[in-house]
Design a protein around this ligand. Structure first.
Ligand code: MN
Length: 289
């Protein structure tokens, strides 16, 4: 509450500065009237004149040099799909994780570093990259509690690999060295541009969502699923056979993809992958009921 007050005071200060700046330069930036409109819109929510039916979508974060961070595109994708994004702080306290997840209707497990290979019974290869064991514990606790409570899950990139490892599967620690014939899965072009195709299983949940057997996805991984966990099945593969999506329906309320759909649903782009997020919102609403 204190920080909210500080933010508002800062905004007002900026508004005042803008106003005096405007007088000096005769540029009309209507900052303060805009702020009034924003206050009114917020007040309408508080007084119940506009009802909130949006489910709360928890988004996993990570710690980096004493700061908590997450890529903003996850937040924007949830907003665009009609959910309330809620960032879940990086903690290893199991009771706090359990309490945090009482506040959400669905969970997005986000991308990031390599998982520690000891988690799936392998010693680290030389090609293993950065690992963060405390994040591994945080993410695995989130997954454990979400699975136990039946909270709908969308796993993305590391999040997909995490679901697989947490449920008993294994990973390739490094595709280029372990599967030398594999395609380029680490694109150098922007994330908003697709890099390779995937083929979607016709009897999969993913196919019902996207309605196509093939799609072009972006690709930012050097690891991938090796042995698929019991309880999950492959719903899409790249042309080289690399697993690009898994799902757990109906036993587990879980869909997970190796690519980054959050980069493909914001801005001016076509919304082909938006159903991954709108479906999560739908599953969240069903879960809440
Ligand atoms: Mn890929």
């Amino acid at each position: 509450m204190k920080s909210m007050k500080r933010i508002i005071l800062t905004l007002l200060a900026i508004g005042a500065a803008t106003a005096s700046f405007c007088q000096q330069t005769d540029v009309n930036l209507p900052f303060t009237p805009q702020l009034e409109q924003l206050y009114q819109a917020a007040d309408q929510r508080l007084t119940g004149q506009a009802t909130n039916t949006r489910p709360v979508i928890g988004i996993s974060t990570c710690e980096d040099s004493g700061k908590t961070r997450v890529n903003t595109v996850y937040i924007k994708a949830v907003e665009r799909a009609g959910g309330i994004p809620l960032l879940l702080p990086c903690t290893r306290r199991p009771e706090l994780i359990a309490d945090l997840l009482q506040q959400v209707d669905a969970l997005i497990l986000t991308g990031g570093e390599d998982l520690h290979p000891l988690l799936y019974g392998e010693e680290p290869l030389q090609q293993l990259e950065e690992v963060d064991s405390s994040r591994d514990v945080y993410d695995l606790l989130l997954l454990h509690v979400a699975l136990k409570r039946g909270i709908p899950i969308l796993g993305i990139c590391r999040g997909e690999q995490l679901c697989n490892v947490g449920m008993g599967g294994t990973l390739y620690q490094d595709l280029p060295s372990q599967q030398p014939q594999s395609l380029m899965h680490r694109q150098s072009i922007p994330a908003s541009v697709g890099a390779h195709t995937i083929t979607i299983e016709p009897d999969s949940y993913l196919y019902r969502l996207l309605g196509q057997r093939t799609a072009v996805v972006n690709s930012f991984h050097h690891q991938a699923i090796k042995e698929v966990a019991p309880g999950l099945k492959v719903s899409a593969r790249a042309a080289d056979g690399v697993v690009e999506a898994v799902e757990g329906f109906p036993t587990y309320n879980l869909l997970a993809v190796q690519f980054h759909p959050e980069h493909l649903v914001v801005g001016e782009q076509a919304a082909f992958f938006l159903p991954l997020f709108t479906n999560l919102i739908q599953r969240a609403k069903t879960f809440r009921r």
